[in-house]
Design a protein around this ligand. Structure first.
Ligand code: NAD
Length: 498
């Protein structure tokens, strides 16, 4: 199906994707997919006002009823999984399998949120005063601003939106300026769900199109009590202090520099599969992509030989036609990859792979062969995140050294160890092990399920979204004490009699 037929099948109004001032291209071949109209600071303000109005109505709707809207959204996503998955592939360049996987993740979080809508549990707490009852409840917070990255163009919206909606909050979403079409498709599916729902207020879900300037208008708006921002550490470094200066909350999902440790007892068949999916999957454009490999010296040569074979076997090409690795998002991304490889060579690295391919047949697209680089030590370019398929490899001698290397980067998103030694596995997951938000044993760094809280520490931003109790950030906590006695005893036994 052509992208126009897909947009049609996804119920996107054709007027929204033509005649605008922002051209949208496909990284697959550089072709123009349409043009969308960008927002301005003034239109952002109007949309926020509409969301505030929606909030006053939506917060009063019972949680399980709010869950019904998310159930209907999940149904729309199920019905349109293939079309939306394909549009993700066309707009973001992921292989079809991953495009559809991203939509499946949206369906999963909707299912999770529907159950959650009946489980927004608070606490009852023992009061120290006679005839008093104490409790803690969770109330809707207000409109949530969501800013997302190009590489998960639709899933990040759903992780936030499914939870925010059942928590009683409207959502205003600014997708990446590189992927507005899939956002318009999500909004169209949301509107279908809302129509079937019947009485969802206007402005419960809205889209803001544009780049950092309109993002900043959201970030500075005090009517958005929570800004959930996914993207680079550089973006987070700008957004976090601005939101903090108005005492807003942030949920930050920023860059990663994820490592796998390969211990002497590792099952190398498993490890190689985990490494290649993590390092070359999504053309290295996942926040959880494997960027560092820390290999025990006793198996180093074997691992390098097997990596060479695996990297040579990987197919790079049109993601709609069965290749395992699609294009980089744009020229800037390819230039970033080249610059990192150059730096790695200058730092003593031996580069395997890399380089542009398919430039003859697809001159407007940026396909690269994935690269891995043997580094003499972990330093320089290896401690930075380059959002491309580059993995750096270093040796280690002792397990303590491996953990220290794993932790010695500014980012703290995902990590893993391949080992069959239970002492190493448990130590890796202990207080003295990995310092990341995600720590895995005998699976790679990427490909999380929605059931757990997702996010990372240090420069990754500290946010958690998706499963577990991540919903709590979308709500305001209220502690209440009720006196059902005829006395007014004060806490801590304080006497204050007049
Ligand atoms: P990016 O930082 O360039 O852009 C992300 C979003 O932020 C875009 O919508 C962009 O318009 C917006 N933005 C940029 N500057 C802004 C500002 N000053 N104020 C408000 N909004 C602003 O990132 P990208 O290139 O789209 O995505 C790749 C990056 O995202 C990588 O670093 C990757 O690790 C990270 N990422 C992290 C996660 C996670 O969950 N931790 C998930 C996906 C991507």
């Amino acid at each position: 199906m052509e992208h126009k037929d897909l947009l049609d099948a996804l119920h996107v109004d054709p007027a929204l994707v033509t005649g605008g001032d922002l051209e949208v291209t496909s990284p697959i071949d550089g072709s123009v997919l349409g043009s969308v109209q960008q927002d301005t600071a003034a239109s952002v303000s109007e949309k926020v006002a509409l969301a505030v109005g929606a909030f006053t109505k939506w917060r009063a709707v019972p949680g399980p009823r709010r869950g019904e809207l998310v159930r209907l959204l999940g149904e729309e996503l199920r019905t349109h999984k293939d079309e939306l998955g394909r549009l993700v592939s066309i707009e973001a360049g992921k292989i079809l399998e991953e495009g559809k996987g991203e939509v499946q993740e949206m369906i999963d979080i909707c299912d999770f949120a529907v159950g959650l809508s009946r489980q927004l549990y608070g606490l009852t707490i023992a009061s120290e005063r006679p005839g008093h009852a104490m409790r803690e409840t969770w109330q809707p917070l207000g409109p949530v601003g969501v800013i997302s990255a190009f590489n998960f163009p639709v899933a990040v919206w759903s992780w936030n939106t499914a939870l925010a909606l059942v928590c009683g909050d409207p959502v205003i979403w600014k997708p990446s300026e590189k992927t507005p079409l899939t956002a318009l498709a999500c909004q169209a599916l949301f509107l279908r769900a809302a129509e079937r729902f019947g009485d969802a207020p206007d402005g419960l879900s809205q889209i803001i199109i544009g780049a950092a300037d309109v993002g900043e208008a959201m970030v500075d708006d005090p009517r958005l009590p929570l800004i959930s921002a996914t993207g680079s550490c550089a973006m987070g470094r700008k957004v976090a202090p601005r939101v903090a200066s108005r005492f807003g909350r942030t949920l930050l999902e920023l860059g990663g520099n994820n490592a796998i440790i390969i211990a002497p007892t590792a099952d190398l068949d498993l490890a190689l599969r985990g490494i290649t999916f993590g390092a070359v999957g999504t053309a290295g454009q996942r926040c959880t992509s494997t960027r560092r490999l820390i290999v025990h010296e006793s198996i180093y040569d074997t691992v390098i030989a097997r990596l060479k074979k695996a990297y040579e076997a990987v197919t790079v090409g049109n993601p709609l036609e069965g290749s395992l690795v699609g294009p980089l998002i744009d020229k800037q991304s390819f230039d970033g990859m080249e610059a990192a490889l150059k730096k790695a060579r200058a730092e003593g690295g031996t580069v395997h792979g890399g380089g542009r391919v398919l430039d003859d047949s697809l001159p407007k697209a940026w396909y690269a062969r994935p690269a891995f680089v043997e580094m003499p030590k972990q330093a320089g370019v290896m401690v930075e995140e380059t959002f491309a398929p580059i993995m750096y490899v270093v040796k280690y001698k002792t397990f303590e050294e491996a953990i220290a290397l794993q932790n010695a980067v500014p980012q703290g998103l995902s990590s893993s160890i391949f080992t069959n030694d239970v002492r190493e596995a448990e130590t890796f997951l202990s207080a003295t092990g990995s310092d990341c938000g995600i720590a895995n044993v005998n699976i790679g760094t990427s490909g999380a399920e929605i059931g757990g809280a997702f996010g990372g520490e240090k420069e990754t931003g500290g946010g958690r979204e998706s499963g577990s109790d991540a919903w709590k950030i979308y709500m305001r906590r209220q502690t209440s004490t009720v006196n059902y006695s005829t006395e007014l005893p004060l806490a801590q036994g304080i006497k204050f009699d007049i």
